[in-house]
Design a protein around this ligand. Structure first.
Ligand code: SAH
Ligand code: SF4
Length: 433
């Protein structure tokens, strides 16, 4: 059985050619009839893409304009894959987290992150906005943005279908676990279980789209997407298909810890946005928390970024997880400013999201502010990511840990959910300087 979501439109058409044969017209050359058969298969593939990805019909029998014979053939040969939702939880800030069961009883997670509070605007972009909380995205005039004061202290039952959100970002997984073993990351602690197949990646987005009008995708859930680069490239192609989910290349972002050859492969094969988890300002520091740095150091990584094929007005995002007392000084910020110089880029500062058993702590607000200021003063776009969904442990790998579906080290074995944080505390910690 073939999974529909593992196929590009071209591959589906190819598959349908033998069952889309037309009868040759009198006097028609066999090549011409073949061409018509192929055209028919292509049209059918396009129709099916529309049905599944744009009209959310997930039963072959629901595709009423396909012939009965074709539907029967599809039923026998192609499965429209579904992910079973084991748990879905919404945090007070509207972040919605999903834990999915896979066929082999493993689990993965995806998160929907509404944009109203997604990123704190960089200071220089909003001189007239004293709260600094305007979204980094251009707002539609009709879009209502919740400010922290509106939001603080009360539960937001975010109606994902409503137009409250200027963006709904789906954060999806690319592997079960992760092999990269970054010291600060809960998924890293769990180790790699297996890669996700193309259909398992694509279907996360499809399932979420059936529940909410997702506008953006980030590969920032579990796993290192570029360790599974072939499947991720193909999944991206399917997500970008205009007859399918039709995501814009600017709105699909692959985040990587820095697998250099795979970054090059990604750039050569599909046009999506790139985010690099830099997370340190020197090799010594980076190698301590990210073993991948021993293979491809900062200089190699930065050179690869310089050569990455970026379209006009496109930028690479450098993510920088700020670990209190480890990589959060003004000297670090000065070094980061130097490193990214000359690369069309922005820096996204992510205050470390603490989890039980973690060896690191969250940086102080003061340290985050100073770090951001150093970058902004050097004309580098720098945003601070508001921690989202902490009351449901929405960071990397955390939901899975609570519900005991992850492997873990002894230290991390009996996690309990963190107490629910008051939204006001959360937002206050991240309000603009
Ligand atoms: N493997 C990819 C994508 C998934 S991780 C990568 O590393 O880029 C997505 C982002 O979450 C990365 O930037 C990572 O550095 C960050 N991250 C992981 N654990 C975190 C934590 N506990 N607090 C804050 N950010 C974290
Ligand atoms: Fe893997 Fe990314 Fe976590 Fe590192 S930060 S262990 S690469 S998921």
């Amino acid at each position: 059985m073939i999974y529909f979501q593992s196929l590009t439109q071209e591959e589906l058409a190819e598959l349908l050619v033998p069952v889309s044969q037309v009868r040759p017209r009198t006097g028609e050359a066999p090549e011409a009839a073949d061409k018509r058969s192929r055209k028919r298969a292509e049209l059918r593939a396009q129709q099916i893409f529309h049905w599944v990805y744009q009209r959310y019909v997930v039963e072959w029998d629901g595709m009423t304009d396909l012939s009965k014979d074709l539907r029967e053939w599809l039923k026998q040969n192609v499965t429209i894959f579904r992910l079973n939702e084991r748990i879905s939880r919404q945090a007070m800030d509207g972040t919605h987290k999903f834990l999915w069961d896979l066929a082999d009883n493993k689990t993965i997670e995806s998160v929907i992150i509404p944009a109203a509070l997604q990123e704190k605007q960089s200071l220089d972009d909003t001189p007239s906005d004293p709260t600094g909380e305007a979204s980094a995205a251009p707002q539609k005039a009709s879009t209502r943005t919740l400010t922290p004061s509106q939001f603080a202290g009360r539960k937001v039952e975010a109606d994902l279908e409503s137009d409250h959100w200027s963006r709904l970002t789906a954060c999806i997984s690319s592997q079960v676990g992760c092999a990269m073993a970054c010291k600060f990351c809960l998924t890293g602690v769990q180790g790699l279980d297996r890669h996700l197949e193309v259909h398992e990646i694509v279907t996360q987005v499809h399932e979420l789209r059936m529940r909410a009008p997702i506008t953006n995708i980030v590969f920032m859930g579990m796993g290192e997407p570029l360790h599974n680069v072939d499947n991720v490239i193909k999944a991206c192609k399917i997500l970008l298909d205009q007859d399918g989910m039709n995501f814009s290349k600017r709105k699909v972002t692959v985040s990587t810890s820095g697998l250099v050859p795979a970054i090059e492969k990604l750039g050569a094969n599909v046009d999506v946005s790139l985010a690099i988890s830099l997370n340190a300002s020197t090799d010594e520091q980076r190698s301590q928390i990210m073993p991948v740095n021993k293979k491809w150091n900062i200089e190699t990584l930065m050179n690869t970024c310089r050569n990455f094929p970026l379209g006009p007005h496109r930028r690479i995002t450098f993510e920088y997880v700020m670990l209190g007392g480890f990589n959060d000084t003004v000297e670090d910020a000065l070094r980061v400013a130097k490193l990214v110089r000359g690369i069309p880029s922005k820096v996204n500062l992510i205050p470390f999201n603490e989890h039980p058993g973690a060896d690191f702590r969250r940086p102080t607000d003061e340290a985050v502010r100073k770090f951001q200021r150093v970058l902004l003063d050097r004309n580098i776009t720098a945003t601070v990511r508001i921690s989202r969904g902490r009351d449901i442990l929405a960071a990397c790998g955390q939901l899975r840990s609570i519900f005991g579906t992850a492997r873990g080290t002894e230290k991390h074995q009996d996690w309990k959910p963190l107490p629910v944080l008051q939204a006001s505390v959360e937002v206050g910690a991240d309000t603009a300087p």
